[in-house]
Design a protein around this ligand. Structure first.
Ligand code: DX5
Ligand code: ZN
Length: 216
């Protein structure tokens, strides 16, 4: 079963708790929380205090997608605020192996995130230990951008690698997902789809979420 992760980036920030409650009732599988520091990406969003304040509105797993330069300094704050999955970009200069192990030792799932221009081979050394891979299909920073079709090749490669090595990590895709691009992502191996603008611009969140779940 394909999982859907609504991105709060496109929710109404003036009533974030209510929005989290609504997408939970609409059938979301996890909540995607986009953290931006105005440095790793040219935009600023929310920090751990906001995550903590909305945590009580849903029992679903929360995923903190850290688009920040120094995730090693902050990931624990998001974990303590109630994030269940921590996403770290491969483009950050740090010791990814140690941070992944630390996250897992802390009882959380570790996810490695890769941007469109980064060669997919860069994440291969981590695939044996990782819980999830997040493949960006837009350049991170803003919601509502267009799906970059060239990235489909990367989804295919990671799916093939997982099959060949009989690994268990989940493949998540983020950026420009709608009822058409979701089909392509799923056909090529994605297990989890992040969608912001497409879900939150709809009147009926359930209808939007259901329209993303194509059968493989
Ligand atoms: C982009 C974020 C995405 C984004 C997806 O920087 O990582 O999670 O919110 O939004 P849509 O679905 O609108 O492309
Ligand atoms: Zn994201």
């Amino acid at each position: 079963m394909i999982k859907i992760a609504p991105s709060l980036l496109s929710a109404d920030f003036s009533k974030l708790g209510e929005e989290v409650e609504k997408i939970t009732k609409a059938g979301a599988d996890l909540i995607h929380f986009d953290v931006m520091d105005g440095h790793f990406v040219p935009n600023l969003t929310f920090g751990p205090m906001i995550l903590e304040s909305i945590r009580k509105y849903s029992n679903l797993p929360f995923e903190a997608h850290l688009m920040i330069t120094n995730p090693e300094r902050y990931w624990k704050k998001f974990a303590d605020a109630g994030a269940d999955i921590i996403g770290i970009h491969i483009e950050c200069e740090l010791d990814h192996i140690s941070i992944i192990k630390e996250i897992q030792k802390y009882g959380k799932k570790a996810c490695i995130v890769i941007n469109p221009p980064t060669p997919v081979e860069k994440i291969y050394p981590f695939l044996e230990i990782i819980d999830m891979v997040l493949i960006m299909t837009v350049n991170p920073g803003f919601g509502g951008q267009k799906f970059i079709y060239q990235v489909v090749e990367k989804i295919k490669k990671v799916t093939k690698y997982r099959e060949e090595k009989r690994l268990k990590f989940e493949i998540e895709v983020d950026g420009g997902i709608n009822d058409q691009t979701s089909k392509i992502a799923i056909e090529n191996g994605a297990d989890i789809l992040v969608a912001g603008n497409y879900i939150f611009s709809g009147k009926d969140y359930k209808e939007r979420i259901d329209s993303l779940r194509w059968k493989r």
